[in-house]
Ligand binder design. Structure first.
Ligand SMILES: C=C(CC[C@@H](C)[C@H]1CC[C@H]2C3=CC[C@H]4[C@H](C)[C@@H](O)CC[C@]4(C)[C@H]3CC[C@]12C)C(C)C
Ligand SMILES: C[S@@+](CC[C@H](N)C(=O)[O-])C[C@H]1O[C@@H](n2cnc3c(N)ncnc32)[C@H](O)[C@@H]1O
Length: 359
């Protein structure tokens, strides 16, 4: 081969690798490229150890049950997955019903706007986002309602990402983000005119603790809506396949234990809320939320090749391949949970804090 052909071939290969990693790679809403994958607040050399540590929680189930350790374990999980989520899913870390004729991005926004419409807030009022991730929902909700949103997340890396995105979107005057534990929030009682939580309270070891903390910081008469991860009435714990699917979902999503749909309203009432409405938003006529996961399968294979190459050449931290493999399997468990109807990530509960505290 003469030198011109050699240069052309090398140029083509370099171009193809760039296209594969940087053009095909980024999340649907650009912001994270495959070449930017990191371990969040964990230094690159410690990603693999932290991944092993994450799994050790499941090897010692007693530790999971010990409630004080859960926030740390959830924090480790989000250091490991936040960049991969942003890269492969976008800035909203939740599901939404498929809406025929609408893109995933629009379906996600519709699901988020529904939450703030339910809590009936006015422009300028203060609302809480309990478990805000990198703030995808917060920005959609602030833009839609013009309310002042304060988000809280246990993960410092997510706070940095959320603040960066808020600024880029020109929404930093409406959106505020703090790092903290939603089981013990740094806010005074009766602070917020409303509150919402999207697919986040499932990380709390005891739902009662997070609900009572949200109740405390809300003003009397204000509304709270949550999209909960639950097992449905179809789940049977004497069915081995059901148990396997639910355990797979718990392990791949840092959950101390999925709750039954029946426990949600009971807990809300126990902490003092009035239950205004409760509905599983995954039920027909809603179209399957797991469609997006299923449709993405080819992209996940492609992503896996990208992650393997980037780890091998030292661009991505070594443990990234393990984390990606775990998510790959989790996508399958979640799809099975949706298809069998034993699991829902969008059991909606709308509650009011009474005007007067009950005796
Ligand atoms: C509410 C939670 C998170 C829900 C979802 C946002 C995430 C659950 C599983 C995640 C993913 C699975 C497969 C990944 C894929 C292998 C990778 O190539 C690209 C990212 C994924 C699609 C990733 C994206 C986010 C999820 C869908 C929980 C944690 C309570
Ligand atoms: C699946 S993500 C959802 C994020 C966001 N609601 C969204 O839909 O994009 C769950 C969020 O809950 C947060 N979280 C979990 N446990 C928490 C805790 N104890 N205190 C504060 N945030 C917590 C995580 O840090 C993460 O941001």
């Amino acid at each position: 081969m003469d030198s011109v052909a050699l240069y052309c071939t090398a140029g083509l290969i370099a171009g193809a690798v760039y296209w594969f990693i940087c053009v095909l790679g980024p999340a649907e809403r650009k912001g994270k490229r495959a070449s930017d994958l990191s371990g969040g607040s964990i230094s690159a050399e410690k990603v693999k150890d932290n991944y092993n540590q994450y799994w050790s929680f499941f090897r010692k189930p007693k530790e999971i049950e010990s409630a004080e350790k859960v926030p740390d374990f959830v924090d480790t999980f989000y250091n490991l997955v936040t960049d991969i989520y942003e890269w492969g899913w976008g800035q909203s870390f939740h599901f939404s019903p498929h809406v025929p004729g609408k893109s995933d991005k629009d379906a996600t926004r519709i699901h988020e706007e529904m939450a703030v419409d339910l809590i009936k807030v006015k422009p300028g009022q203060k609302i809480l986002d309990a478990g805000c991730g990198v703030g995808g929902p917060m920005r959609a909700i602030a833009a839609h309602s013009k309310a002042q949103v304060t988000g809280i997340t246990i993960n410092e890396y997510q706070v940095q990402r959320a603040k960066l995105h808020n600024k880029k979107a020109g929404l930093d005057s409406l959106c505020n983000v703090v790092c903290g534990n939603f089981l013990k929030m740094p806010f005074d009682e009766n602070t917020f005119d409303g509150a919402y939580s999207i697919e986040a309270t499932c990380h709390a070891p005891k739902l009662e603790e997070v609900y009572s903390e949200i109740f405390r910081v809300m003003k009397p008469g204000s509304l709270f809506v949550s999209y909960e991860w639950v097992t449905t009435e179809k789940y049977r714990d004497d069915d081995e396949e059901h148990k396997d699917v639910i355990q797979g979902i718990e392990r791949g999503d840092a959950l101390p234990g999925l709750r039954s749909y029946a426990d949600i309203a009971v807990t809300a009432k126990k902490v003092g809320f009035e239950v205004v409405k409760e509905k599983d938003l995954a039920k027909p006529p809603s179209k399957p939320w797991w469609n997006r996961l299923k449709m993405g399968r080819i992209a996940y294979w492609r992503n896996h090749v990208v992650v393997v190459i980037l780890s091998a050449i030292g661009v991505a931290p070594k443990g990234t391949v393990d984390v990606h493999k775990m998510l790959f399997k989790t996508a399958d468990y979640l799809t099975r949970g949706g298809e069998t109807g034993i699991f829902s990530p969008m059991h909606m509960i709308l509650c009011r804090k009474p005007e007067k505290a009950s005796e």
